[in-house]
Design a protein around this ligand. Sequence first.
Ligand SMILES: C[S@@+](CC[C@H](N)C(=O)[O-])C[C@H]1O[C@@H](n2cnc3c(N)ncnc32)[C@H](O)[C@@H]1O
Length: 470
Amino acid sequence: MSRKMKNKVVSNLKIERIAAEGKCVAHHEGKVVFVKDVAPGDVVDVRITKGKSSFMEGEPIAFHEYSKDRVEPFCSHFGVCGGCKWQHIHYDLQKNYKWQQVIDQFDRIAKVENMPDVLPILGSENTRYYRNKLDFTFSNNRWLTREEINSGEQFERNALGFHIPKMFDKIVDIEHCYLQNDISNEVRNSLREFALAQGLGFYDIRNQEGLLRNLIIRTSSTGESMVIVQFGADHKEEIETVMVFLNEKFPQITSLLYIINLKKNETFHDLEVVTYVGKPYIEEEMEGLKFRIGPKSFYQTNSAQAYELYKVTREMADLQGDEVVYDLYTGTGTIANFVAKQAKQVIGIEYVEAAIEDAKLNAEVNGLENTLFYAGDMKDMLTEEFISKHERPDVVITDPPRAGMHDDVVQMLLKLEAPKIVYVSCNPATQARDVALLSEKYQVDKIQPVDMFPQTYHVENVVRLTLKRL
Ligand SMILES: C[S@@+](CC[C@H](N)C(=O)[O-])C[C@H]1O[C@@H](n2cnc3c(N)ncnc32)[C@H](O)[C@@H]1O
């Protein structure tokens, strides 16, 4: 019956509550309907986009009532750009919904005994301009609004901005983005203006041609900034024109870089990055520790809140100075280096070799001599052999990607029986799944959600597990 519902319109649906991935739940004829881009309390007509036997998915096509909890989105690109999908929800409620998400996932998936209450979510002090990295795309195929199309007029089609969700070749031209501080908006808008005035080519993704391809802007709390321009053609003179322009107009950029990328995709981990002016990295700082961030390095995108997250992690680890700590999925070793002074030894393991090189460099820059870093797939690295060559951990900190931990890794943790595990996750659903498996030997004794990404439905969560005394 539900499959037949596809493309049907359900009228006057009352939106009840937030579910996973930012969608909201409503009910129609006893069946759950997940609706995107709405808020609890809205009454809407919904077009069904997917019909399964147990649930349906839909999108709003008309609003009859707006939720009293709605607020006016502050960004003119809201609704088109996929960046800040929760701007229509007051920040206090966003936090509430995220907190509820964690509770729901742990109730539904982890189902562990004697679970403590989920602590109130730690909100982000900055709810705008909190990101330290944005990635803009040049395109000769600007997204046109319905009004623009209907007007029959001709419009500038070159754009510099963000991808329209699920449309690889359409870019919304960004005038002001509330995610990164001023230099970001100024650099992007000036470069676009300059490129248009000079008649430089904006990238044509369908035909894989055009000079200007991508612009990455990274900023740091130390005031440094990195600008990387990716060129889709090796045209020396035009590249020089662009780089001279940026250098003269923005002398405050401390790291001005470019990449010639003639590949089919925008990834550049395998390409040379040319330092045009300044240093090849910027620095972040926490408690006097310096973290070098190169063009290819990962760093948590909300620096201020990353510091809060790491403090929560360290607090849960409760280190006394004589512990061996394993930091699994260490990335560039930020957590490992952050807790190193409070531990006897920290061992970080991570898949990406370049990240491990950064982790070692960061340990060296900070004079930390009690860290070891290894590159490799976690399930192949965390083995009996590895453990026999190192000391067994007193504390394991684990911060896996959204997919959570591989089952082999969970099984190894169960064998390892470290007295304490601090599990940091950007996906409470997979975290709850892993916690359910670990509950065979572990007791959950603290759950602390942290909001790293205001205006989005994403939530980070930190859980402390302690070994049960059997
Ligand atoms: C959420 S990030 C952790 C970042 C780090 N803890 C930090 O705060 O900067 C997850 C990390 O896991 C790494 N990773 C993903 N799959 C992996 C695997 N199978 N084995 C080892 N590391 C992996 C990713 O490269 C990424 O650096």
